[in-house]
Design a protein around this ligand. Structure first.
Ligand code: TXA
Ligand code: MG
Length: 350
């Protein structure tokens, strides 16, 4: 398949027309959202969802998020919309919050991975918004990466994974947030966070007064089954072995330097992910591929670049990757959730 690549802002009229036509006829279009790039298909067309699963190489029991452009759409897709759900929609849409509700029959089980619930999100990215409106379809879109690869934050990443596998890629530049939306399940007694993201538990609590976090995603208890099926898969794993080194700033840096020295002496290629302020700690003449992963003081600089850095580690062929911990602050929890998964729970405490 020849994948069309179009840059937003160049010949928009033609681009949106072409993309909308592809979506309406059951094809796949990758597009930017404020979180990560999505791989879009008509959410109500089972053939389109099949195509999404096969383009991504994704297990078909892992449900897709349905993207909408106005709140009325929720009532067409979902069975019951509580007052709390309405409050969340009002507070955070358009934006990086996905809400799980009971689905109506119109949403095919292929889109929901066989579940009777549906994940709905109204993205704030102008390209995503216009694409949904112009096409007139609800767009089912997982992140536009091959299953197991870091989610794409640029059109180039999408191209690396999807060129030749989908009909079109819309290049809208680098995304702003860089990690996927917060998912909140509103089908139970209490709002439950199934995936942490830019919208924090605190922010949700401020609107609806109560929130809990799916215990399967918080800790080390691998026996618990996450309620978001996608959270159970090893995600975002770089090809090299990634470890997170946790500890006081100077102690952790010392440990990373000695781990790197040891691996390099054995002939391995290494990489380091560290806070902007700590880059200088690794200039010892032994460390190589020292990547500034942003500043804990401004977490969006960390989230925005995280997946891209993991891809860079693959591109340079890093065999051992050591990352500092980024656990402070509001979004620190979401960032660490992704990093810990990428590291396959390999954490070195010192
Ligand atoms: O930011 C995002 O949410 C991006 C952009 C493209 O919008 N999309 C995204 O989709 O991250 P994906 O498919 O990579 O992740 C969707 C997650 C999976 O973990 C999936 O299991 C969960 O949402 N999910 C979807 N529908 C669900 C449902 N009905 N119940 C529980 N979890 C669900
Ligand atoms: Mg994904």
């Amino acid at each position: 398949m020849n994948t069309i690549i179009a840059k937003a802002g160049v010949d928009d009229e033609h681009m949106y027309e072409q993309a909308a036509e592809i979506l309406r006829s059951g094809g796949l279009v990758a597009f930017p959202t404020e979180t990560v790039y999505g791989l879009g298909g008509d959410a109500l067309n089972p053939d389109a969802s099949h195509k999404i699963y096969s383009a991504k190489g994704r297990p078909s029991d892992n449900p897709l998020i349905v993207h909408i452009a106005d709140t009325d759409s929720v009532y067409e897709l979902a069975e019951y919309v509580s007052d709390d759900t309405k409050k969340l929609m009002e507070a955070f849409w358009p934006g990086p919050l996905t809400i799980i509700l009971n689905k109506k029959a119109v949403v095919p089980h292929t889109t929901t991975g066989g579940l009777d619930t549906v994940a709905i999100r109204m993205p704030s990215h102008p390209v995503a918004m216009k694409l949904i409106k112009d096409s007139g379809v609800y767009i089912a879109a997982p992140s536009a990466n091959l299953s197991g690869r870091p989610s794409p934050t640029t059109a180039h990443h999408v191209q690396q994974d999807m060129d030749g596998r989908i009909d079109m890629i819309i290049d809208g530049g680098a995304v702003g947030i860089g990690i996927e939306s917060t998912i909140v399940d509103m089908t139970g007694d209490r709002p439950t966070i199934l995936r942490p993201g830019y919208i924090t538990p605190e922010m949700i609590k401020n609107i609806v007064g109560d929130v809990t976090i799916d215990p399967a995603i918080t800790g080390m208890n691998n026996a618990l089954r996450p309620k978001a099926p996608g959270m159970k898969y090893t995600h975002y794993a770089p090809k090299g072995e990634l470890s997170i080194v946790e500890g006081e700033r100077l102690v952790a840096a010392e440990r990373i330097r000695s781990l790197v020295a040891e691996k390099r002496a054995q002939g391995y290629k290494t990489a380091i992910l560290c806070d902007t302020e700590n880059v200088g700690l690794y200039n010892d003449g032994v460390c190589e591929n020292i990547y500034d992963a942003g500043s804990k003081k401004n977490e969006i600089t960390v989230s925005a670049g995280l997946y891209s850095l993991l891809r860079t580690c693959d591109d340079i062929g890093a065999q051992y990757i050591y990352s500092e911990s980024f656990e402070e602050g509001d979004m620190g929890y979401a960032i660490m959730n992704r990093l810990i998964k990428a590291a396959g729970h390999r954490i070195i405490k010192c």
